[in-house]
Write a protein that binds this ligand. Structure first.
Ligand code: IPM
Ligand code: MN
Length: 377
């Protein structure tokens, strides 16, 4: 452990972001009880609502703190009507800006269905699959592709005639995200639920797109460094149905930015919904962890949303810090949090509205904090 503890910069952001980050902090506090705190969490304002109030997305000190922190915990950004003069969402600096600025080139999204969690395919609460059929990690490229800020409009006489987004796929961008996917497959202690095989599936549209052909070539080149991991391929359109029909086939999936954005939301349905989906924006030197669900303006201030995505983001953050700093104590804390989460879920689920229950955000957080306290260190 670091003498002074790890610095965590928290950006609650917009909408329901502050409500779930508050619960995340509660759980971190419960983990830290009874010993010297292994981390300090400092909260900074910013986002779309901040922009509407102050005319800027965040303060220079907050940006500096994000760059200096050992890890970043992000709530959510985006608020209706909060738009920058160029049309971008106000708050983009905190999410897309940090992905670019800190070179957070991989977006690592675990997709696991825990016992006790129901999924809602066809709009009904079900647990058709035994949970052990959904346990994969989707690794999404996070800095290029259609997200490259090489875009614009051509206007003549004040009227837009053409809009262009450029899809940029680079050797460097592809290589490092594919390598990250193979490293995750190597480090994970389990393969695909179906057959136990460690497998990385490359999801692309290489039957049509040149950028995807290049991405797949790069995948093959990097895969050659990992002979013990099976290679697998899927075109993104077919992948969407296989993902839902046979999730047990997938272990680690790697894909480009825009396709990854879409398929990870789809995959979240398999794990009980966006209320359980966390993501780590991970580069070589920095990591930013977040619940994937966004600011959900409709639910803001209602103390109603499911905070588990944030708890899983916190777990992912602690695990990443532990690996990075070879900190076994911290790894035990991440394990302890995961056991507490698994236990509360197995014992009645999250209880929140998205799971058909009536537990509030705070109550769900209290239960997890209590489970953490009763879970041995
Ligand atoms: C995500 C989000 C972001 C994205 C938005 C908020 C810019 O949808 O993290 O998946 O498109 O990447
Ligand atoms: Mn998304």
């Amino acid at each position: 452990m670091r003498a002074a503890g790890y610095t965590i910069a928290a950006f609650p952001g917009d909408g329901t972001g502050p409500e779930v980050v508050r619960e995340g902090q509660k759980v971190l506090d419960a983990l830290a009880e009874g010993g010297p705190a292994p981390w300090t969490v400092t909260t900074y304002p910013g986002g779309g609502q901040y922009y509407l109030a102050k005319g800027r997305e965040w303060d220079p000190e907050s940006e500096a703190a994000a760059h200096a922190a050992d890890a970043i915990l992000l709530g959510a950004v985006g608020w209706p009507g909060a738009t920058l003069p160029n049309g971008d969402i106000a708050g983009r600096a905190l999410v897309l800006g940090l992905r670019e600025g800190l070179d957070l080139y991989s977006n690592v999204r675990p997709c696991r269905l825990y016992p006790g969690v129901k999924h809602r395919i066809s709009g009904e609460y079900r647990s058709v699959w035994s949970p052990d059929r959904v346990d994969m990690v989707i690794v999404r490229e996070n800095t290029e592709d259609l997200y490259t800020p090489a875009r614009g409009r051509l206007s003549r006489g004040g009227e837009t005639e053409v809009a262009v987004d450029t899809r940029l796929i680079t050797r460097k961008g592809s290589e490092r995200v594919v390598r990250r996917a193979f490293e995750i497959a190597t480090a994970r202690n389990r393969g695909a639920p179906d057959d136990g095989v460690k497998r990385v599936t490359c999801v692309d549209k290489s039957n049509v797109l040149e950028g995807c052909r290049f991405f797949r070539e790069t995948f093959d080149r990097v895969a050659a460094e990992f002979p013990r991991i099976e290679r697998d391929y899927a075109y993104v359109d077919a992948f969407t149905q296989w993902l839902i029909r046979n999730p047990e086939r997938y272990n680690v999936v790697v894909t480009t930015n825009m396709m990854g954005d879409i398929v990870t939301d789809l995959a979240a349905v398999l794990q009980g919904g966006m209320g359980f989906a966390s993501g780590g924006n991970i580069g070589d030197a920095h990591g930013m962890f977040e619940p994937v669900h966004g600011s959900a303006p409709k639910y803001a201030g209602k103390n109603q949303v499911n905070p588990y995505a944030t708890f899983f983001a916190v777990e992912q953050m602690l695990r990443w810090l532990a690996d990075r700093h070879h900190d076994d104590g911290l790894r035990r804390q991440a394990d302890r949090l995961e056991r507490a989460l698994a236990r509360t879920l197995a014992d009645g689920g999250s209880g929140t509205y998205d799971q058909g229950g009536s537990a509030t955000t705070r109550e769900a957080g209290d239960r997890v904090a209590a489970a953490v306290r009763s879970e041995a260190r």
